[in-house]
Design a protein around this ligand. Structure first.
Ligand code: ADP
Ligand code: ZN
Ligand code: ZN
Length: 741
């Protein structure tokens, strides 16, 4: 029988023109090796250049038989992915409108794709001949080949040994080993290097008696788990209510049933802390995946999962792609964090990917948060997600008292510094007591807003309630949401004062100013500039926690999850910078951020305080933060979202054009607008813009955008995809890069 085998190959190059399957024939001698998920080398194009690709389909028949080229080589011995992974990749491709290869290359960690597998291997040696033969050899060569005999004796004792161990222990060179190998007396085997990236972790044994709320939560989740159906649960518990203990107990149950679990954390910075706690319970059964690992480390963690050596994976966003095959549970800790959304192509949302995986595996998905995302809480209200409440802080620790400080008053009374007199006094007190202080300043924005220091008025777009972005070069204010553009103002429209100006301070300046105020204090700073190295987050935090500094100044990074023992004062320097970010989620983000910051104080029960400095002391966000009132905040926020038709009441896609030539962008983005309006036949979609993006220029490239809003996500996505296809078909976009998110 003349058996033919064809394969569909996905070429390993990100290009929308190559975003489809190309059919190849497998030569006879490779047919046995053909498998979905293996990499191949193939001739491509008129010049038959060799390209890398992945086998994504096996075919026994095809219609067009001529001109089918043959595969040059099959690269892998084992497939890197299977049919389930392809399904997942397809889901991501559709949902986030990107090329298939981008999704595959996101799902497979770099270490798997790029590393020469040999680099991850270590050479071991063992005796190849029988024991009798070996003893015979030793007897005969006792005096002649001393080194070889010693190696054999060593291997009789140790069965297998690493090259380096043999050499170190026996103090010999390679040559004896090489000769033994050449004569077939010993053989070489390759084993994966065993790299444990958290070997330095020391476990702190703690005897925890779970409280009733925790026990109830655990029981409910276990019960859902045993129903073997897809469930989503919001574990809504105040900071310090012991959510992590709940996760651990539930995971134990999952493992007992032979299934696996993934725990997502929002930041690399948090992984060592949580890994330590998980190691206490699961030892070697836990692996970690994150972007700061080396390719080899990534490869090792990935293959330990693939080999079923471990049952739990912890890590930020990308850990969701752990190659488990029987997931029982996924936990998304601090589910409201924006870091679960990828910033690079494909711009996937790990929460949505988790949902897809759990649905396909009939698994339980837990969202943990003290300040749930408005969209998650809304889904819970609608009955799509179950809620479990943890209302008490463990150890009965008291919530810190939160004060709102009016900075307008400070200015009026002559204080020109960044710190109010009250806070200044407080810091001095705390330092005297030997207690620690945390000072938070929002990341220096890429753009600023304009506000009045006398009355607190913020310049906002009257269509969108969104703060205007100030553009230095043109002295204009633009609404990045709807595209409205006005001239900047010199006089406050609310109170006629001339103290209206743009807002912005950076962490460095804050550090300088605080150093000069408290010259005798030991100050640490933690922001993007000071934490580029692999363990620097952890080092700064450990340093601070061990009492080697009095004040820690930091950005968003310090807000999340850290267990500070001795912090009794938290200061938010300029709440305005968080409140007036040009995004409809700014209030939600601010509420979460400030609440979480407050949670950093008084973790061990000492009386502690939080001061939030602002020019908008009456803002309802701050009012609700002060009263620990999530529900109150949610009620106001969800109303505002509904009024302005923002998510969850709509879905918004941003279509961004990126290119060096700004004039060109403006021409084509206006054409895009015409196309969108033309195809929006029933008027179902709102088309906003074009306007310059918040980050208007980066690496010499300009960025402009149009927002498209609609009720039905899938229809909206089809509308956007269809219109962009038409635009590409009819207009020469040239070098313009189009990014949809
Ligand atoms: P959350 O994640 O809800 O903020 P954690 O799980 O981090 O809270 O718990 C905060 C601290 O309380 C941790 O140090 C944890 O070990 C401890 N803890 C948790 N549950 C209990 C308990 N039932 N009794 C005593 N300590 C607990
Ligand atoms: Zn004013
Ligand atoms: Zn607007």
């Amino acid at each position: 029988m003349n058996q033919n085998m064809y394969v569909n190959v996905l070429i390993d190059r990100s290009n929308s023109k190559l975003d489809k399957a190309f059919t190849y024939k497998a030569p006879k001698n490779m047919i046995d090796k053909v498998q979905i998920g293996k990499r191949v080398l193939i001739p491509f194009g008129p010049k038959n250049n060799q390209e890398n690709g992945y086998i994504i389909e096996k075919l026994s028949h095809i219609n067009i038989k001529n001109q089918i080229k043959e595969i040059t080589d099959i690269i892998d011995d084992f497939p890197l992915f299977d049919y389930n992974v392809l399904n997942l990749a397809n889901f991501i491709k559709q949902k986030y409108m990107c090329n298939m290869i981008d999704t595959i290359n996101t799902i497979l960690p770099a270490g798997v794709r790029n590393t020469d597998i040999d680099n991850n291997m270590e050479k071991y040696f063992r005796i190849k001949i029988s024991k009798e033969e070996a003893e015979e050899f030793i007897k005969i060569n006792q005096d002649k080949y001393k080194a070889q005999v010693r190696v054999l004796n060593y291997l009789i004792q140790n069965l297998e040994a690493k090259l380096s161990d043999i050499k170190d222990n026996l103090g010999i060179t390679d040559s004896a080993i090489k000769t033994l190998l050449k004569n077939g007396i010993i053989e070489e085997l390759k084993k994966e290097k065993n790299i444990d990236i958290y070997t330095d972790t020391h476990y702190i044994e703690k005897n925890i008696v779970l409280n009733n709320e925790q026990i109830d939560a655990i029981n409910i989740i276990k019960q859902k788990f045993y129903e073997r159906a897809f469930y989503e649960i919001l574990l809504y518990g105040v900071t310090g209510s012991g959510k992590t203990e709940v996760y651990i107990e539930v995971i134990k149950e999952v493992i007992k049933n032979g299934k696996q679990a993934i725990v997502l954390v929002p930041e690399i910075a948090l992984t060592p802390q949580i890994v330590r706690r998980f190691r206490e319970h699961f030892n070697e059964d836990v692996v970690v995946m994150h972007s700061r690992l080396s390719d080899t480390e990534k490869y090792n963690q990935w293959s330990r999962v693939k080999r079923k050596d471990v049952s739990v994976m912890i890590g930020p966003r990308s850990a969701i792609f752990a190659p488990f095959n029987d997931i029982g549970l996924i936990i998304i800790d601090e589910e409201h964090e924006l870091t679960y959304k990828s910033e690079s192509t494909p711009k996937y949302d790990a929460k949505e990917v988790a949902r897809f995986i759990c649905r396909n595996n009939n698994a339980v998905l837990i969202y943990g948060s003290a300040t749930p995302a408005v969209e998650t809480y809304y889904r819970a209200e609608m009955g799509e997600v179950d809620i479990i409440n943890l209302t008490k802080r463990v150890n009965e620790a008291e919530q810190p008292v939160i004060h709102i400080v009016d900075m307008k008053k400070e200015l009026k009374e002559g204080n020109m510094t960044i710190i109010s007199r009250e806070v200044h006094k407080k810091i001095q007190q705390k330092l005297k007591l030997g207690e620690q202080v945390l000072i938070f300043i929002n990341r220096r924005g890429f753009s600023t807003f304009v506000s009045c220091r006398k009355c607190g008025h913020v310049m906002k777009c009257d269509n969108c309630e969104m703060p205007y972005v100030y553009h230095y070069n043109t002295d204009t204010l633009s609404c990045h949401h709807c595209g409205k553009l006005i001239k900047n103002v010199n006089i406050c429209p609310a109170c006629n004062s001339k103290y209206i100006k743009f807002f912005g301070i950076g962490t460095e300046k804050v550090e300088d100013e605080i150093k000069s105020m408290f010259s005798w204090a030991r100050i640490l700073r933690m922001d993007a500039d000071t934490t580029t190295k692999k363990n620097s987050h952890d080092n700064i935090l450990t340093n601070f926690n061990e009492g080697n500094a009095d004040i820690l100044i930091g950005t968003q990074m310090i807000a999340k999850g850290h267990d500070f023992k001795n912090v009794t004062l938290v200061v938010v320097l300029a709440a305005d910078m968080s409140l007036n970010i040009q995004n409809f989620r700014a209030y939600e983000r601010s509420f979460q951020l400030f609440t979480q910051l407050a949670g950093r104080a008084g973790r061990t029960g000492t009386k502690s305080e939080v001061y939030i400095q602002t020019y908008e002391e009456k803002n309802y966000v701050l009012e609700c933060v002060k009263n620990y009132d999530y529900q109150g905040f949610y009620k106001k926020e969800i109303l505002l979202r509904e009024t302005l038709d923002n998510p969850p009441f709509s879905k918004i896609y941003t279509i961004m054009f990126i290119e060096k030539n700004e004039k060109n962008i403006i021409i084509f983005i206006n054409r895009l607008k015409k196309y969108l309006e033309y195809y929006n036949i029933k008027g179902n979609y709102k088309i906003l813009g074009p306007s310059p993006s918040i980050i208007h220029k980066i690496n010499g490239n300009y960025r402009w955008q149009i927002l498209v809003k609609g009720k039905d996500e899938e229809k909206l996505r089809n509308f956007v995809t269809y219109t962009l296809d038409k635009l590409r078909e009819k207009e020469a976009l040239g070098d313009i890069r189009v990014v949809v998110s």
